[in-house]
Design a binder for this molecule. Structure first.
Ligand SMILES: Cc1ncc(COP(=O)(O)O)c(C=O)c1O
Length: 435
C-alpha cells in the first residue's frame, strides 16, 4: 500500500487521512465522499513556489481550478499565495465569490463568450489568455463599447510539441483546437493584431503541452521554440515578452506504474533552460508562470465508497459494486484511468482476493478499477480510492439522477464540510412540470 501525504493507519487499524479516521468520516458525512488532505495541498503548493523563490526568479504559480473548483478550494489557493487559472464564467464566478484577488486570476478557454469576457473585464481580473482570432475581435468590440483600461493579455500558442507521460511528439503544425500555431504564421499575425490595437497590453505567451507528463523534455522543447520566436519578434516588432507561461501537466502517482519527479525538478530545469535561451538570444529574462492542476490536488484526494452487491463470474472475475461510480469519477470510463484502493476499515489486511470495482450506473463501462487485490470483502466495507483529487469531483455529473457527493477537507484531525451532498430536491431544482 502506498501512503500519500498524511494518510496512514491509526490505532483502530483504520485508514487515516489528515488525522481523521476514514471510517468515521464515511459514517459522519455519508458515502460516496470526497476527502482532501489539506496539508498535502499546501505542501505541493509550497514545493512549486519555493523552487522559484530559491532561484530568485519572478514567477506565478497559478492553480488550474478546473482540476477541482469550489469556494473553499479557491480560498485555500489564496492562503497558499497561488494565482488562479479559470476557464469559464462558472469558474470565474466561483473565484470572485471566494474573494480571490482579481489581479491574480487568469482567464483561459477556446470559446469564451461575450458575456464571459465582459464579466472578466468588468471584474478587473489579471489577464486574459487569448486563444483565437474570434476572441481578439470580441475583445476589441467589448473594449470599443466599454472603453476599459488596457487589458493584460497573453497569447496562447501551440509550439508544435505534444507531451504525454514519457512520450513527446514534435509536430510541424499542431492539430489542436487551442491557441495560435507558432510555426504557420498564425501566432505572428495574432501578435500584430493585438500590438496594433490600443486595447491590449501584451504581457507574453502561453502554452500548455499536455497532461500527466513525467519528464522535463517537452517543457524545455516548448520553451526553446517559443524563445526562438520571441527573438525573431524582438527584431521584427521590437516586442519583448514580460511573461512566459508554460502551462500545467506535471505528472502524479496514480498507481505503482507512475514515477513522478518532484515539482522542484520541473521548475529548476525549466528556469535553467529559459535563462540560457534568453542569454543566447540577448533577451531579458521573463517572469515564468506555470499552471499546475493535477499536481496540486490530485494525490491529496481520496474517495470513500460503501461496498454493496457482488457478482461472481466463475473462472473469470468477481465484480464488487460501490455506491458511486462514473457519476462521481468519470476518468476510468472516459480514458481508462487507473487507480489503487484499499478497504479503509482494514487497510493492512492481507489482499488475498482479486475483485473488479463496479459503479452503480446503468453502463457496462461504469467500472472504477479492474482486478484490484483486496482482502475478502464483507458487507458494507468502506473502499478508499486514492488519488482522486483532480478531475474527479469537477467532472462529477448526475447520470441516473445520482446526487453528487459531499466534499470534506481534513487537516490536523479536523474535518470541514466544504461542498454539501446534493439532495433529491437539488436534482429537481431546475425541473418544471409539463403544465
Ligand atoms: C491551459 C491549461 N493549463 C493548465 C492545465 C492543468 O493541467 P494539469 O492538471 O495536468 O496540471 C490544463 C489542463 O487541461 C490546461 O488546459
Amino acid at each position: 500500500m502506498h501512503f500519500y501525504g498524511t494518510t496512514g493507519v491509526n490505532k483502530k487499524g483504520h485508514l487515516e487521512i489528515g488525522g481523521a479516521d476514514a471510517v468515521d468520516l464515511a459514517e459522519t458525512f455519508g458515502t460516496p465522499l470526497y476527502v482532501y488532505d489539506v496539508a498535502l495541498i499546501r505542501e505541493r503548493a509550497q514545493g512549486f513556489k519555493q523552487a522559484f523563490e530559491e532561484q530568485n526568479v519572478k514567477a506565478q504559480v497559478a492553480y488550474a481550478s478546473k482540476a477541482f473548483s469550489a469556494v473553499a478550494m479557491v480560498q485555500l489557493a489564496e492562503e497558499e499565495g497561488l494565482s488562479l487559472d479559470v476557464v469559464s464564467g462558472g469558474e470565474l464566478f466561483t473565484a470572485l465569490t471566494a474573494g480571490f484577488p482579481r489581479e491574480k486570476i487568469h482567464f483561459h478557454g477556446n470559446n469564451k463568450s461575450r458575456e464571459e469576457l465582459e464579466m472578466a473585464i468588468d471584474s478587473g481580473i489579471g489577464c486574459i489568455v487569448v486563444d483565437n482570432f474570434y476572441e481578439i475581435e470580441l475583445l476589441k468590440s467589448i473594449s470599443m463599447e466599454k472603453q476599459p483600461n488596457e487589458m493584460n493579455v497573453l497569447l496562447r500558442v501551440t509550439p508544435g510539441i505534444e507531451a504525454h507521460t514519457h512520450d513527446y511528439i514534435l509536430t510541424g503544425q499542431e492539430d489542436s483546437k487551442f491557441g495560435f500555431d507558432l510555426q504557420n504564421g498564425q501566432a505572428e499575425k495574432a501578435l500584430m493584431e493585438v500590438l496594433d490595437s490600443p486595447y491590449f497590453n501584451v504581457q507574453g505567451l502561453h502554452c500548455h503541452i499536455g497532461s500527466q507528463i513525467f519528464e522535463t523534455t517537452g517543457f524545455l522543447l516548448a520553451a526553446q521554440k517559443i524563445v526562438e520566436k520571441l527573438a525573431e519578434w524582438k527584431n521584427k516588432f521590437g516586442f519583448e515578452a514580460q511573461v512566459l507561461n508554460l502551462g500545467g501537466g506535471f505528472g502524479i502517482r496514480y498507481t505503482k506504474e507512475d514515477e513522478p519527479i518532484p515539482p522542484s525538478q520541473y521548475v529548476s530545469e525549466i528556469i535553467k533552460e529559459v535563462k540560457s535561451l534568453n542569454e543566447q538570444y540577448s533577451l531579458a529574462m521573463p517572469e515564468i508562470w506555470i499552471e499546475p492542476g493535477r499536481s496540486l490536488v490530485g494525490d491529496a484526494g481520496i474517495t470513500l465508497y460503501k461496498t454493496g452487491s457482488s457478482k461472481d463470474v466463475p473462472g473469470i472475475r468477481r465484480y464488487l459494486a460501490v455506491d458511486g461510480g462514473m457519476s462521481d469519477n468519470i476518468r476510468p470510463a472516459l480514458y481508462q484511468a487507473k487507480y489503487e484502493a484499499v478497504l479503509a476499515n482494514k487497510p493492512l489486511a492481507k489482499a488475498d482476493d482479486t475483485v473488479s470495482i463496479a459503479g452503480k450506473c446503468c453502463e457496462s463501462g461504469d467500472m472504477l478499477i479492474w482486478d484490484l487485490p483486496l482482502p475478502n470483502p464483507e458487507d458494507e466495507d468502506i473502499l478508499a480510492v486514492f488519488c482522486t483529487g483532480a478531475y474527479g469531483y469537477s467532472m462529477a455529473n448526475n447520470y441516473n439522477r445520482l446526487p453528487r457527493p459531499a466534499v470534506v477537507f481534513v487537516e490536523n484531525g479536523t474535518a470541514a464540510l466544504v461542498v454539501k451532498r446534493e439532495t433529491y430536491d437539488d436534482l429537481l431544482r431546475l425541473d418544471l412540470p409539463l403544465k
